[in-house]
Design a protein around this ligand. Sequence first.
Ligand code: AMP
Length: 126
Amino acid sequence: MPVSGLPPYDDQNIFARILRGEIPCRKVFEDEWALAFHDINPQAPIHVLVIPKGPYCSFADFSAAASAEEIAGFTRAVGKVARDLELESPGYRILANMGSHGGQEVPHFHVHLFGGRPLGRMVPTA
Ligand code: AMP
């Protein structure tokens, strides 16, 4: 059982299938640690997902179980993607949904990277 509160890692989840090349994606970046691709349903002019190569269900799982090398490699990949997309100067937002209250739909850890317009403050107050 992973530490994330989600079920064990499901290797048929859509991002696992993208990682294996079974489903196409609009790739932005790839290295040893991470793959980045455009979100299929963008919520901002730029909306890219960055996922680690390893089988982690969520941020909780990744932060507790990934090696220091994986965490460093992934974190650097997120920063590089933002830089390569020229988002550093105008700024951007990164977001990771975790579990049910977080609204996580795909059970492979991913960071959303949003940019291309002012993004407002934080989350809706509902
Ligand atoms: P989350 O709610 O954080 O789990 O977000 C999952 C994200 O994955 C959503 O923004 C979806 O639009 C996106 N998504 C789902 N399937 C695909 C796909 N095949 N290619 C790219 N993005 C996808």
